[in-house]
Design a protein around this ligand. Sequence first.
Ligand SMILES: [Ca+2]
Ligand SMILES: [Ca+2]
Ligand SMILES: [Ca+2]
Length: 730
Amino acid sequence: MKGAHHQASEANCRARLSSHLTYPRRSFCYLAPWLLAVNCRLSKKITIVRGTGVDSKLGCRRALAVLGSVVWLLVAPSVALAEYQPARSAPPSVGGLTDRVIIGFRAETTTEMVSMNAEITALSSRVDLPLTSIDQLGDRLAVVRLAIPTTKSNVEAALSILRADPQVAFAEPDRRRYAHAMPNDPLYASQWYLKGDQVSAVRAESAWDSSTGSAGVIVAVLDTGIRYDHPDLERAASGGRLLPGYDFVSADSDGKFTSANDGDGRDADASDPGDWVTTAEAALPIFDDNCEAQDESSWHGTRVAGLVGARSNNNAGIAGLTWRPWILPVRVLGKCGGYDSDILAGMRWAGGLPVTGVPANPYPARVINLSLGSEDRCPASYQTVIDELVRNGIVIVASAGNESGPVAAPASCQGVVSVVALRHAGTKVGFSSLGANATIGAPGGNCVNTGANEPCLYSIDTTTNLGATTPGIHGYTDQFNFNVGTSFSAPLVAGVAALMVSVNATLTSAEITERLRVGARAYPAASGIPVCRNPSNVNDRQTSECACTSAACGAGMLDAVGALGEARRPQAVIVVPSNVTSGQSATLQANGSTASCGRSVQTYSWAVLATGAGGALTSGANSSSATVLPPTSGTLKLQLTVTDNQGARDTALVNVTATAASSDSPQAITGPACPSELSFAPPVTTPPSAPTGSGTASSGGGGGAIDLWILLLLSGALLWRAARRQGVFE
Ligand SMILES: [Ca+2]
Ligand SMILES: [Ca+2]
Ligand SMILES: [Ca+2]
């Protein structure tokens, strides 16, 4: 409202756009202003101006209505939503051996076949194995039972005998297979981004076959707070996903709590009271030029949290990317964003580091999600805090920003997994920032058709609250009340990182980042659209769809299956001697190498890549401990390969000179590979007793019972009215 660059005359457009700032003091969550900006541009022919605030569905609908007369070529194919099919959610891949075998008989035997039963009887007698026919599956195909004890060696021996028979074309174990783990959440059908049909979808559904996450992992969501009452989130103590968390939004510079909006500064309640901003509030001197009036609250933290881990497979609402890890809500944003100092304190606390004046966090997070930031080089304060968190093994995921320019801070800081938003087709969404600091791309929502009143086809649907300003009834975003922005790309990556930690808790922050990158899928080759470039400066913006490259959008498209596979690999750990003396043997110790949860390291192999002058591997080429002779000059280079009991590998490099040795591997790994699970006892709930009039309570049972009934009836009526008025989702 105070900016100098408002160019749109249409009131709504003006309210949604803001000036460029060179060094924003406050950070804003990334819920896209993009659509509105685009529509304002189309209708008013204005220069697109960067938006920084929080989108509002009503604001955008108005803009869409303005667009009604604009002819818009629609190139999107219509989307056929997958049919909802309730299915088992238990893990599985292909099952083990059973006492059943499928046999295919050779074609030439058919003419002689009197009946399948006779054929099986004849086979049984030829190979001297007790076979009982179960079913004929085709002309020459049958399933039989082996009437022998079902041990692995018995079944395998029987299979070999059957395969050796001249009339048997093939004999295979009749294994059990299972549906891909699919949640029974009714809105799952619209969660395209978790599936595998669209190019950029993250394949969470396939990854869930392997892991839905461990209850030993905590993901902190640093945001606007949370709606604890959302039934698809709920407190851990009530069977939900949410830990108590903390509110770090402190007093404004005038000593009041306008930004906090909960009447106080830091407190133990991370509830989101709403972040709408009145015109008068936006004009307050405590806020900077980025502060815009917002007629609706964003419920941004509730949206982000639902993507990380809505309660899944609970027959309600949506599914989260993770099903078991806990969510730690850390409130750092209020009206018009939040202070860096509150965000930094929240980050430290989330990661288990001490924060003055705040009780220690009993539930330190392994993954921190920051769907916030401002276009800015990484401030030293952030880099300092991030370095300390990364040293402690914490993975920090941040959204790149919605400015179409270079990756914003804190996503631009070193050691942060920064996430670019992709369209369903795997190309960059117009609004997403990008560049050399990007780590990976993930779906960020895109609408395809932007004609008046048309649905936003690729909304990233999630949990929200339906209250316009103060909290109202819970709900979900959908194609009309849609949800797009890099804010929603980041929690998908944070969720996958949590799955990775779940299967290999000792991975370092850098290892998680690298394995996310290696596990990502390549961007699709796109024709007919410009190739994304690395922005040269903050004014170099790419506001339209562009074809991602790894240089501009990060390593590739987030892939939950690929990332989990990478996470399950072992970790090579090499301890090098602190002193190396030319002419004296040195020992390289790799027995600290570790395997992922449930696996073990099986073999070690050292290979010489270069010797330098006189350097050599003198013993232990295939053991955990290798002895080398340092070179007199140059560098002896070795590569260690560690292989686990399932054939998965990790490698590390060692450089030995005449005077020193170094390795690119971690020096030590502590703690178990399987996270130790946390559990929260559900609260003891006593159902209300029937009004018998013979209560033993000293207050007189009859009266108390009647009061209870009145209360129940009253609350039921209120709930019913509320449901009718607002259109409840469940
Ligand atoms: Ca507070
Ligand atoms: Ca509070
Ligand atoms: Ca659910």
